[in-house]
Design a protein around this ligand. Structure first.
Ligand SMILES: Nc1nc2c(c(=O)[nH]1)N[C@H]1C(S)=C(S)[C@@H](COP(=O)(O)OP(=O)(O)OC[C@H]3O[C@@H](n4cnc5c(=O)[nH]c(N)nc54)[C@H](O)[C@@H]3O)O[C@H]1N2
Ligand SMILES: Nc1nc2c(c(=O)[nH]1)N[C@H]1C(S)=C(S)[C@@H](COP(=O)(O)OP(=O)(O)OC[C@H]3O[C@@H](n4cnc5c(=O)[nH]c(N)nc54)[C@H](O)[C@@H]3O)O[C@H]1N2
Ligand SMILES: [Mo]
Length: 768
């Protein structure tokens, strides 16, 4: 008999149809105006061959005990009972804690895991490790790591990056021109962490088109803005946006199109920035000719853009990707400078935002109160490294680095514990990561699937998916609280992260602190009820838990629809100061000046990225690789499913290359190609297109790393993981964010016998 169950995912809520204990298909949530095609991958992914069915231990680790890290990714696995697996994990945690202390346990566990506030794997693991005395954690994130540290110095908060920010309804109503650096790609807005239930972007875009708003897509990729918006495409060279923004400022100033009054009343430091823009401080005016030579956009186009921007109510925005590049802080600062020079910050529909096209929910009207969430707890050892510095930390224990005005000493990590993330997906320069990954004595991973991270672990514990447990879906930017019902029994011997960790906590004597005496059902009721209090404060009647569960969802009412960021500050800069040192927009920043970082000057500056099309390295590696978010999956999730599968070319991840660059290399559409640089190499399938500008290539993130020789540093990845090629370096000492978008590569046709992709099959197992 068929039955259906409500559930949710980062890319949308759905009804799962179940027959004979298997998910046979899913249907989108009734209220979703524009459901994501990615829902089509769920049923097949839940029952994929690549599910981890049983607890597994790497053969060499089981035989010889902790150590022998070179065997990771190379050796087969041995299946063990849950009892044995838990005994091994608890024993290792106790041994490492006793021998070295909690500072030797790395539990940052960065990653998106699955929707659901209670079973959120990363939070569960960190709560558990915090209850056990603490671990080395990760601060900020890969998404907007540099911005998290940097933007508050300039405007006092992070609202322009994470919201609530100027709303789409405000844009439709007031904005005349939208200049979008990095575009506003619908693919990214399919997703929001915790659940993107209402995919509301398309209706707003229709309204923007109907309102005739002048839209500009500044990006190496034409398809970064939907045709619906009739955008002007400004095909900038990758990583040169800061120069373009400075060039725009120069034109605005010399043509007297700027707003000196706003710069005087609401900003500090214009007196220092102006001489730099005019070339008085370094002999080089940052004029449109200068910008043209760097960005590849002709000077007349730059001047025309500046004039149009000054003639209308203009909102400038930059994707989060622009700060995932070397010196990404400067690009964001240059955008804030541009908005300040235009002088429209805080005017309805004017000013600046970041990330409009980077996630679902950004730019949606805020909600009256917050949805429930599970508290992460606090780390007794209060020790964290910037999220993207994991390989550095593994390779150089004891090294001291600068970060946002403080010093951080890298820990000496002996044990890594990961649940809900995939570092062999997300980290830059996988060969370098692999080298560091070989050093710890023990690596423990919880995973539903045999991802590359699971394959490179010593002990792998099979985790359930959301369809195998009960939860509540919610996200701080989406109004829906979704019931997530258990639809099927766990696949194989999979268990919930919470149950695994509860059992370990019992063995290690910290169960009371970890589980707080509640089981799944009691936790869900407790979390739901905590949100009802916020509702009461706002005079909103929320049903009781049982009624909510029966109804299937609850929609939190919206706050102000027509909202522009910093209107109060605009109206009264003295009474409604920004939370910066000066209370104003900092175009020169004393605090940053005091940090004294040579890679983060105290005013917006064009600094050449470590690699770009203008650097010497481009002689050998003449293509700038952009590795943006995939439209057919979430990061590496569901790469084993049919939606991602349908997009592969020559059985590999597609790489988009301009027709001129393809022709000069003898590459045709559909060809198997090899991408390489000094850091690594991967195969991919060519898509020849003019949607990507010459000199740039695009390889989406998320193809599961599939080395020809497992465990070997420098092995060819046969599948198309861009992190074989990316550069593992911080944006600057201030932000220490990842710089995935800064990477030069070369491409050639692959002539030899191509090894087939094998990574969707489980790894080899042997008996003990
Ligand atoms: N080159 C390049 N690299 C990038 C980026 C880029 O732009 N370019 N972007 C970066 C960004 S912004 C991000 S956020 C990261 C994303 O990096 P990640 O968040 O690490 O990527 P995911 O594939 O979402 O990994 C989540 C993992 O959790 C597992 N999982 C799901 N549900 C559960 C569960 O309930 N329990 C357990 N135990 N596991 C579960 C999934 O199977 C998956 O392997 O990638 C970064 N990497
Ligand atoms: N479908 C889908 N959506 C997602 C995700 C996913 O995995 N799949 N991941 C989510 C996550 S974790 C995050 S953090 C956000 C990230 O959101 P973003 O950072 O906005 O995403 P990206 O796709 O990396 O980059 C957006 C666009 O920036 C352009 N770009 C890259 N480099 C440059 C440059 O130097 N200059 C200019 N002007 N443009 C450039 C690329 O063409 C790209 O399409 O996306 C979220 N949305
Ligand atoms: Mo992200």
């Amino acid at each position: 008999m068929a039955a259906s169950f409500r559930n949710s995912s980062h890319w949308g809520a759905f009804l799962a149809d179940v027959e004979g204990g298997r998910v046979t298909g899913v249907r989108p949530f009734e209220q979703d105006p524009d459901p994501s095609p990615m829902l089509g991958a769920i049923a097949a992914s839940v029952h994929a061959k690549a599910r981890v069915e049983r607890p597994m231990v790497r053969e060499g680790w089981l035989k010889n005990g902790p150590g022998s890290g070179e065997g990771r990714g190379a050796e087969p696995f041995v299946a063990v009972s849950w009892e044995k697996a838990l005994e091994l994990v608890a024993g290792e945690l106790a041994r490492v804690k006793e021998t070295y202390s909690n500072e030797a346990i790395f539990g940052g566990s960065y990653g998106w895991a699955s929707a659901g506030i209670f079973h959120y794997a990363r939070t569960q693991l960190r709560r558990f490790l915090f209850a056990y005395g603490g671990c080395v954690d990760q601060s900020a994130n890969y998404s907007f790591g540099a911005a998290t540290a940097f933007v508050p110095h300039i405007v006092g908060d992070l609202k322009s990056v994470t919201g609530p920010m100027t709303t789409w309804p405000a844009v439709v109503k007031h904005t005349g021109m939208l200049v979008l650096f990095g575009g506003v790609n619908l693919k990214n807005t399919q997703v929001a962490r915790g659940g993107c239930v209402a995919h509301a972007r398309l209706p707003y875009f229709q309204q923007i088109a109907d309102a005739g708003i002048d839209v500009v897509n500044v990006s190496p990729c034409r398809d970064d803005a939907p045709d619906l918006l009739k955008p002007q495409w400004v095909p900038v060279r990758p990583n040169t946006d800061a120069a373009l923004m400075l060039g725009l400022c120069h034109t605005l100033i010399i043509e007297d199109l700027h707003d000196p009054k706003f710069l005087e009343s609401h900003c500090v430091g214009y007196d220092r920035v102006r001489p730099y823009l005019m070339g008085e401080s370094d002999g080089q005016p940052k004029d449109s000719d200068w910008a043209a030579a760097i960005t590849g956009i002709d000077a007349a186009t730059i001047r025309d853009l500046a004039r149009r921007m000054a003639s209308k109510r203009t909102l400038v925005s930059a994707a989060w990707s622009l700060q995932r590049a070397d010196h990404g802080e400067q690009t964001y600062w240059a955008l804030i400078l541009l908005a300040s020079v235009l002088g429209q910050i805080g005017l309805p529909g004017g000013g600046f935002t970041f990330g409009y096209g980077s996630s679902g929910g950004l730019g949606d009207p805020d909600m009256l109160f917050n949805p429930p969430s599970l508290s992460g707890g606090s780390n007794p050892i209060n020790y964290a490294i910037p999220a993207a510095r994991i390989a550095d930390a593994l390779l150089e224990p004891g090294k001291v680095i600068g970060h946002n005005g403080k010093k951080i000493t890298y820990p000496d990590i002996k044990l890594i514990y990961w649940a809900g993330g995939n570092p062999f997906h997300h980290h830059q320069d996988i060969n370098r990561l692999l080298k560091g990954w070989q050093r710890p004595e023990t690596i423990i991973v919880h995973e539903p699937w045999w991802t590359a991270t699971a394959r490179h672990a010593d002990i792998v514990l099979p985790a359930t998916t959301t369809l195998e447990r009960n939860d509540i879906g919610s996200n701080g930017r989406d109004p829906y609280l979704m019931v997530m019902e258990k639809a099927i029994e766990p696949v194989g011997e999979a268990r919930n992260d919470f149950d695994i960790l509860s059992d370990l906590a019992r063995r290690l004597g910290c169960e009371a602190a970890f589980a707080e005496g509640r089981d799944e059902n009691e936790w869900l009721r407790f979390l739901y009820d905590s949100c009802r209090q916020g509702a009461q404060t706002n005079q909103v009647a929320m049903p009781d838990f049982d009624s909510f569960w029966k109804q299937g969802w609850f929609e939190i009412p919206k706050a102000d629809e027509d909202f522009t960021l910093y209107t109060e500050f605009r109206a009264d800069p003295k009474a409604k100061k920004l939370r910066t040192r000066s209370g104003r927009v900092e175009l020169y920043c004393e605090r940053i000046a005091k940090m004294g970082y040579d890679d983060c000057p105290p005013q917006p500056t064009w600094i050449e990225p470590a690699e770009w099309l203008g650097s010497e390295k481009a002689d050998r590696f003449p293509l700038h690789m952009i590795s943006s978010q995939p439209k057919t999956r979430l990061h590496s999730q569901m790469d084993c499913g049919p939606v991602s599968g349908a997009d592969k070319v020559a059985g590999r991840e597609p790489v988009a290359i301009n027709s001129a660059d393809a022709a000069s290399r003898g590459i045709s559409d559909g060809d198997l190609v090899r991408l390489f640089n000094d850091r690594g190499a991967c195969l991919a399938g060519a898509i020849v297109t003019d949607d990507v500008r010459p000199g740039a290539v695009r390889l989406y993130t998320g193809a599961w790393y599939d080395p020809v020789e497992g465990g070997k540093i420098g092995s060819l990845d046969r599948h198309g993981n861009p992190n074989m090629l990316t550069l593992d370096k911080g944006t600057s000492q201030l932000g220490q964010g990842p710089i995935a978008q800064t990477a030069l590569v070369q491409i050639e046709r692959y002539e030899g016998d191509a090894p087939a992709v094998s990574v969707f099959e489980p790894p080899e197992t042997v008996s003990a």
